[in-house]
Design a protein. Structure first.
Length: 162
């Protein structure tokens, strides 16, 4: 059974492994450098909120999200999130649980809008999920994401009111 719960320092290694797997794949996160073990906890703890998807049957972290302001000051009411699910657990609706949880948590933390700045257009499963959950497309930036193999993909901007 999957539950979404707050990140703790004991989750750092598993969360780092999942995060770095997505970074290495080079098709979703803008980061190029992987998190190092000595910086992982600080990174996850510095977010407004970090959650993990916990599989109680296997006692493993199988996914996570980070939530933080998308901007500052007069735009500080807009948050942004990033989601990662372990590759061997994708397709099991864990990402959907993470997104739904982040929407509720964003509102609970006082954010009014969640905005995605750069969903890779080739990530059709994520785009379908976001739109099914009520996100609105703001537009497309041609060739806005450098894929690991060196070609550029469009990115889609989306938002939802919390």
């Amino acid at each position: 059974m999957i539950t979404i719960r707050a990140y703790t320092q004991q989750d750092a290694a598993a969360a780092m492994d999942i995060w770095n797997e997505v970074v290495r794949e080079g098709v979703a996160f803008p980061q190029v450098e992987e998190l190092a073990p000595d910086e992982a906890h600080g990174f996850f703890a510095s977010q407004s909120y970090t959650a993990v998807a916990w599989d109680s049957d296997t006692a493993e972290v199988v996914g996570l999200y980070i939530l933080h302001p998308n901007n500052v000051g007069r735009c500080g009411h807009i948050c942004n999130t990033s989601y990662a699910v372990r590759s061997d657990r994708r397709g099991q609706h864990i990402g959907e649980q993470l997104v739904k949880h982040s929407l509720a948590m964003g509102a609970r933390l006082g954010f009014r809008i969640l905005q995605f700045n750069a969903v890779v257009a080739a990530n059709v499963h994520a785009l379908h999920l976001y739109e099914r959950l009520g996100f609105t497309r703001l537009g497309r930036i041609p060739r806005g994401f450098l894929m690991r193999d060196g070609h550029y993909e469009d990115i889609i901007l989306l938002y939802i009111q919390l």
